[in-house]
Design a protein around this ligand. Structure first.
Ligand SMILES: *[C@@H]1O[C@H](CO)[C@@H](O)[C@H](O)[C@H]1NC(C)=O
Ligand SMILES: *[C@@H]1O[C@H](CO)[C@@H](O)[C@H](O)[C@H]1NC(C)=O
Ligand SMILES: *[C@@H]1O[C@H](CO)[C@@H](O)[C@H](O)[C@H]1NC(C)=O
Ligand SMILES: *[C@@H]1O[C@H](CO)[C@@H](O)[C@H](O)[C@H]1NC(C)=O
Ligand SMILES: *[C@@H]1O[C@H](CO)[C@@H](O)[C@H](O)[C@H]1NC(C)=O
Ligand SMILES: *[C@@H]1O[C@H](CO)[C@@H](O)[C@H](O)[C@H]1NC(C)=O
Ligand SMILES: *[C@@H]1O[C@H](CO)[C@@H](O)[C@H](O)[C@H]1NC(C)=O
Ligand SMILES: *[C@@H]1O[C@H](CO)[C@@H](O)[C@H](O)[C@H]1NC(C)=O
Length: 859
């Protein structure tokens, strides 16, 4: 485990204490703010307790978690949902999707926009800066310009990362620090200051000694995935400004996007300026312009440079504005957001923005290890990196609606990240939903994946349907046009687009007529990768179920019935006779005790055999992606056979009842078939609840955290997608959402007390949803909930609804070392929704907990 450096900042203890006193006073003077009927004394105690042990939670944010081992986390300087995301880009094959990797590969530059945690090609990373302390023999032609030539090692152990800040030292003696605003980055480059420098590009390369100190900064039009087609760049020799643009490809989608930048420098006098094409640098021309047909700007490294006199303070500042609209707007962004060039001020503002966002949550950390606290807060932090707020930067259409990008991808984020934002930042989540709807208005379909203003690849269903239904259920309203929202989800369900690999759904004619996607379907309405018939099918079914809930709430009763029926289509893939045939450790064919799995079907109804374990860690893990032939996506039929969140009661019946279901789900987690590094495994960690065994969900949460989610640079089991951190944050707080339903499954928290600011009264409300653990045990042995009380009343359901987070309240949990009978009865489990016509065919498993998912509430 590599050492993790955190930049600790001075505490503002006095300020916090003052804030706490103000809070106490407020509660004291406004007892009516206590709208959920608690003794006001309790509230005062919470507030007071808080002031005693409140730390600056940013201390526990380590942005470097997940920067090795495939986490693909962006660890650089940014704001919540920030478009500017600055970091050192490393030349790390297959790993540098977010620019930087904690490995030994060299640094190729410092760039200003990235995507965090993704699984596609490296994203963005346009217009990297690179800094040489000087050029050999003081000849600018002898400096290295191209990506291939200029790469330089980092100084081991020199990386520092904290919210709003990133720094690294290179072996060429340059230190680079960076901080960011919403659309601009401020870099501070530090130099040793000797008249000559001994420069090494790498530890094992010869040192070039006696290089005269005269820094050269270059800007390259390249991006991380070398996708640039056109572009142009200009250096303004007097102003010392470099501006430019390029056209690039999105990292997991089709089409192209244009980006623009504007870089200014401070701290030293300009000596000379110029441009370069490949390794050929010259003082003229000052402009490489793609707009003139006679002038050809080749692909690869092309850019501009400025060489400076030795900076009097051995520092050079670079301010880079970015935009997707124009160079002018990039310059305006920089001038407006960083007018005074004060590095520490920009960093301080970024830290405040992060502190403010994270203040929606408070935990009592008594007895909790630094490691777990860091895992927790860092996961929350990462959940706020994306989608990115590109409002005002959309070149595709003009609109007064918000625009968010980097929905990367909703297939990943609908399960935990968006439900988390709904609780901790409902204002942002509402803007994101409005952005999705506006994308539908202008593109004709909701996205399933979208990055860099381009349509991304659809991994399974049209899961924005779930995000939209979830928003309605959880009372997000402000500015959302539900008429258009409903039109958008119905379009997903009814109208097949010509290319359903990029939006909407495929095989819809068969889906409507047969209730499944036949393996041998002939789709005349559109094209897309004709794979994943099982996994697309179960996702289409759940999407339709969510649409039925929205339809019912909006008063479209016939639609509600139709989509509820289609919501039951997952059962059409259930082959009750399918055995779990596989090879044992000796390579002999064997079968487990489990019978009945989802399987592909032909048009005539016959099942086709698909290995039950294919695409799991125990068999052919990497054989099922977007356009590979198999019938499941990034997971096995074993995994997808658990995906019926709308009707777990029926599924439990099909699997042979509660005991058999629990046996099977346990086996799934213990046999190595489950892979928690991909988002589909999140919910099955908690599905024991549906069989009346909430204790087992608590048990398995602790099997995965911290063993698979921890505070080391390799502390994520898979690429983050801004979702892994949402999973660990929910799991540690003691509840997990069933996205698309008003259900959170309760488990034992990792803290003695968790407080979430109630969402109902706007961000300034002083009402909290408080989860308090009696008998808390930091070692996690008392991991079973034995008894619960909600707002003073005994509470036996093993789940709660969103009202708790909306209105606030007090949930008390008593925990112990063994499983009791809390939450085990038929009436304690979360609701299931078997389609009406099929009600008589319910299995013998757990019963529905009842409860209306949606009622027609306020507009
Ligand atoms: C990085 O550079 C800074 C400034 O020169 C220096 O103070 C620091 O010690 C360096 N860090 C390492 C690990 O060399
Ligand atoms: C600066 O030069 C002095 C004298 O040559 C040398 O001892 C020192 O190590 C140099 N400092 C750096 C940071 O290179
Ligand atoms: C950093 O350490 C690694 C070994 O952990 C080594 O391979 C590499 O050369 C070192 N880099 C530098 C610049 O010293
Ligand atoms: C998103 O950006 C717009 C434009 O800068 C801003 O008005 C809005 O408040 C931002 N949203 C959030 C949640 O920060
Ligand atoms: C919502 O959108 C519909 C069109 O889909 C439009 O007719 C209606 O006026 C919009 N409602 C509001 C409140 O803007
Ligand atoms: C499929 O195409 C036919 C013929 O154009 C059209 O009538 C039908 O509505 C389409 N069905 C779907 C589900 O898009
Ligand atoms: C369905 O089609 C397959 C392949 O053509 C065939 O082997 C099977 O016998 C058919 N089943 C029925 C019930 O017709
Ligand atoms: C931390 O998590 C990673 C990724 O899941 C795992 O490989 C590693 O073993 C874990 N480390 C510890 C100390 O549990």
């Amino acid at each position: 485990m590599a050492p993790v450096q955190l930049r600790s900042m001075p505490r503002r203890t006095r300020l916090l204490l003052f804030a706490a006193v103000v809070c106490c006073l407020f509660v004291w003077l406004h007892p009516s703010s206590n709208i959920f009927g608690l003794d006001p004394q309790d509230l005062k105690l919470f507030t007071f307790g808080l002031s005693l042990e409140h730390h600056d939670v940013l201390r526990y944010v380590d942005p470097l978690i997940g920067t090795a081992n495939g986490g693909h986390v962006f660890p650089g300087a940014t704001l919540p949902y920030g478009m500017a995301k600055a970091v050192a880009d490393t030349q790390s094959p297959a790993e540098n999707a977010a620019g930087f990797v904690s490995d030994n590969n060299p640094v190729l530059g410092f760039s200003h926009m990235h995507d965090s945690g993704t699984g596609g090609h490296p994203s963005l990373g346009n217009f990297p800066l690179f800094v040489h302390p000087g050029c050999p023999d003081d000849d600018f032609k002898k400096c290295k310009y191209t990506v291939m030539q200029r790469v330089t090692d980092r100084v081991n152990g020199s990386v520092m990362a904290s919210p709003g800040y990133f720094s690294i030292n290179l072996t060429n003696t340059v230190r680079a620090e960076m901080t960011a605003t919403q659309h601009a980055v401020l870099y501070r480059f530090g130099f040793h200051g000797n008249a000559t420098v001994d420069v090494a590009a790498a530890a094992d390369e010869p040192v070039v000694s006696g290089v005269p100190y005269s820094p050269l900064v270059l800007v390259d039009l390249s991006d991380l995935m070398s996708s640039r087609s056109t572009g142009g760049i200009r250096v303004h020799p007097e102003a010392g400004r470099i501006t430019g643009e390029g056209k690039y490809a999105p990292s997991f989608g089709s089409g192209s996007y244009e980006a623009f930048f504007c870089a200014d420098f401070r701290g030293a006098a300009i000596r000379r300026t110029g441009t370069f094409q490949g390794e050929a640098a010259a003082e003229e021309p000052k402009l490489l312009d793609n707009s003139k047909p006679e002038f050809y700007v080749p692909s690869g490294s092309v850019g501009a440079w400025i060489q400076f006199e030795a900076p009097p303070e051995n520092r050079l500042l670079a301010r880079v504005g970015v935009s997707f609209v124009s160079v002018d707007q990039a310059c305006e962004n920089a001038e407006k957001e960083i007018p005074d060039w004060k590095f520490d001020g920009v960093e301080r503002a970024a830290r405040s923005a992060w502190r403010e966002k994270l203040s929606a949550i408070e935990v009592d950390a008594t007895g909790v290890s630094e490691e777990l606290l860091t895992t927790f807060w860092s996961g929350l932090y990462r959940s706020l990196l994306s989608p990115q707020n590109y409002t005002g930067e959309n070149p595709l259409w003009s609109s007064t609606e918000p625009y968010y990008d980097s929905f990367y991808c909703i297939w990943d984020s609908f399960r935990a990240q968006h439900p988390l934002l709904t609780i901790i930042d409902p204002v942002a989540q509402t803007e994101m939903v409005r952005a999705l709807i506006d994308i539908y208005r202008h593109e004709g379909k909701l996205p399933d994946c979208r990055m860099s203003f381009s349509k991304g690849f659809t991994q399974g269903g049209s899961n924005a349907d779930i995000v939209i239904a979830d928003a309605y259920i959880k009372h997000l309203r402000s500015g959302i046009n539900w008429t258009t929202a409903y039109e958008a989800v119905v379009s997903d369900a009814e109208v097949e687009p010509p290319n359903w690999g990029l939006e909407g759904r495929g095989n819809l004619v068969s889906w409507h007529a047969l209730g499944y996607i036949p393996w041998d379907d002939e789709d005349r309405n559109g094209t897309g990768p004709a794979s994943r018939t099982i996994s697309r099918g179960v996702e289409y079914a759940y999407d339709d179920f969510c649409i039925s809930q929205l339809a019912a709430a909006l008063g479209h009763d016939e639609d509600a019935a139709k989509y509820a029926r289609r919501g039951g289509n997952w059962r059409n893939y259930w082959n009750p006779d399918q055995r779990d045939i596989h090879l044992d450790a000796d390579g002999d064919v064997t079968q487990s005790r489990f019978v009945g799995f989802l399987q592909p079907r032909l048009r005539n109804g016959t099942f086709r055999y698909h290995r039950t374990r294919s695409c799991s860690p125990v068999q052919d893990m990497h054989s099922c992606y977007y356009d590979t032939a198999l019938d499941t996506y990034e997971g096995s039929p074993w995994l997808y056979s658990f995906f019926a969140p709308q009707d777990m009661a029926t599924l439990i019946g099909l699997m042979g009842g509660r005991a058999a279901f629990v046996d099977r789900l346990r086996y799934f987690h213990e046999s190595g078939i489950a892979y928690i590094g991909n988002e589909q495994a999140f919910l099955p960690t908690f599905q024991f609840h549906y069989a009346g065994r909430p204790g087992l969900s608590s048990h398995f949460v602790r099997e995965y955290i911290p063993a698979q989610f921890n505070a080391s640079v390799n502390g994520l089991p898979g690429n983050d997608d801004c979702a892994m951190g949402a999973f660990s944050a929910f799991a540690m707080m003691g509840f997990f959402p069933v996205a698309g339903q008003d259900v959170y499954l309760l488990t034992a928290p990792f803290f003695p007390e968790v407080r979430l600011r109630a969402t109902g009264g706007g961000s300034k409300t002083n009402t909290w949803a408080v989860i308090k653990v009696h008998g808390f045990d930091p070692a996690g042995k008392r991991k079973y909930i034995r008894r619960a009380r909600l707002n003073g009343d005994d509470y036996t359901r093993n789940w709660i609804s969103h009202d708790f987070f909306r209105n606030g309240g007090l949930l008390e949990l008593w925990v112990d070392v063994d499983e009791g009978d809390w939450g085990t009865r038929e009436t304690d489990v979360p609701p299931s929704y078997p389609p009406k016509a099929e009600e008589g065919r319910r299995g013998d498993g757990g019963g529905g907990g009842g409860g209306l998912l949606l009622s027609r509430v306020d507009e």
